[in-house]
Design a protein around this ligand. Structure first.
Ligand SMILES: *Cc1c(COP(=O)(O)O)cnc(C)c1O
Length: 360
């Protein structure tokens, strides 16, 4: 079941377990499922199920080489005791909008929803190999703590987190450096988040390092949202929030809703777009950014240009000029044209800028 391909080359295909173990494709691209837009989930069924049941139902369409029993065990281990609300992600009405509460996990970051499940998925995939995994993760603050907590003392997996020194909040700093666990390490780097992310991506592709690790049967992989296993758990709460609105009588089954999503690396909002491709009735996604408005400019002009000042704001998790998962949106928006995506990403690497064609 080699159904995942690289955004930059349709011939590089792997299974979902392998995609989760690899983190990113060896050609520098991200793994995508070409048949994702042919999946049509049963909304009325979703409205009858719990969060955990919906997670198993939705993930079984995306991670096809995991058995139902494996997915059930992963979901149970991830969500049974670590969230303080039984609904996992409850929705609350505030004036005339609804707020999806994604902060009831162990570190209070929305990233907990995915980072409690990813270690389970990875552990399960490792069982069919004799390998161990070493996670390398760049963080602007929230990912680091949530990943350290999620992977703490998970068997056969170690984790190294890299954060921009003195550029995370005091709370995030303390959360990270006080993390317990015999398999966890935290490093402050000179530079900003983009520097950390670029260097981590470079390490994944470094032949010498990969050879050294391979000799010791260690696989290098990622816990950032470039990893499929980090991305797909987030699709669940888009469907589950829709369910809650239907059950509360606030909308009728089939009504369209809109989502406004604070965006950095484009993982969260992309998960929403995936939900839309899989049949969720969506009117619009609002891609919210801060002063680092590279995505706002891109979505209004078709020109992606990272040649600008990196502005430090009070929302450091959104201080990103290289928004990795946009590459996956480009894949679907360009009608799955891996050659086009590959060319734009090369331009981004070399000139820091690309312009998409009118059609896309
Ligand atoms: C990670 C994070 C974001 C950005 O999410 P992406 O999935 O990277 O777009 C925004 N806000 C907060 C608080 C975050 O932790």
């Amino acid at each position: 079941m080699n159904d995942y391909i690289s955004t930059r080359d349709a011939h590089q295909s792997v299974s979902s377990k392998q995609a989760i173990l690899n983190g990113m494709s060896p050609d520098g691209g991200l793994y995508v499922l070409p048949t994702l837009d042919q999946i049509h989930l049963d909304l009325s069924l979703i409205c009858t199920m719990s969060y955990k049941e919906n997670a198993v139902y939705i993930l079984s369409h995306l991670l096809t080489d995991y058995t139902k029993e494996e997915l059930e065990a992963c979901v149970e281990n991830a969500y049974a005791n670590s969230f303080s609300k039984q609904e996992i992600t409850p929705i609350k009405k505030v004036d005339d909008v609804y707020v999806l509460e994604l902060f009831h996990g162990p570190t209070c970051a929305f990233k907990d929803v995915a980072l409690t499940l990813l270690p389970q998925l990875m552990s399960c995939a490792l069982k069919s190999t004799s390998q161990k995994a070493l996670i390398l993760t760049a963080t602007s603050g929230d990912t680091g703590k949530a990943a350290l907590s999620g992977f703490c003392d998970v068997e056969n997996i170690g984790i190294n987190v890299f954060y921009p020194y003195k550029k995370v909040s005091a709370i995030q700093y303390r959360q990270m450096v006080t993390q317990k666990g015999k398999n966890v390490n935290v490093f402050g780097i000179q530079g900003n988040f983009d520097d950390a992310q670029s260097q981590v991506k470079r390490l994944f592709l470094d032949e010498e390092l990969n050879e050294y690790c391979a000799k010791q049967n260690i696989l290098l992989t990622s816990a950032n949202s470039i990893n499929v296993g980090r991305l797909v758990p987030q699709i669940v709460y888009y469907f589950d929030s829709y369910k809650q609105l239907v059950l509360q009588g606030d909308i009728q089954l089939g009504d369209k809703v809109s989502f406004s999503v604070p965006t950095g690396n484009f993982g969260d909002v992309l998960a929403g777009y995936y939900a839309y491709l899989m049949g969720l009735p969506v009117e619009k996604f609002y891609v919210a950014s801060n002063a680092n408005r590279v995505l706002t400019d891109f979505l209004t002009t078709g020109i992606y240009d990272r040649n600008r000042d990196f502005i430090l704001t009070i929302s450091p998790s959104m201080d990103i000029l290289i928004s990795s998962n946009l590459e996956r949106l480009l894949y679907y928006a360009s009608n799955k044209d891996t050659q086009k995506v590959s060319k734009w990403m090369q331009e981004l690497n070399e000139k820091g800028r690309y312009q998409i064609d009118d059609e896309t």
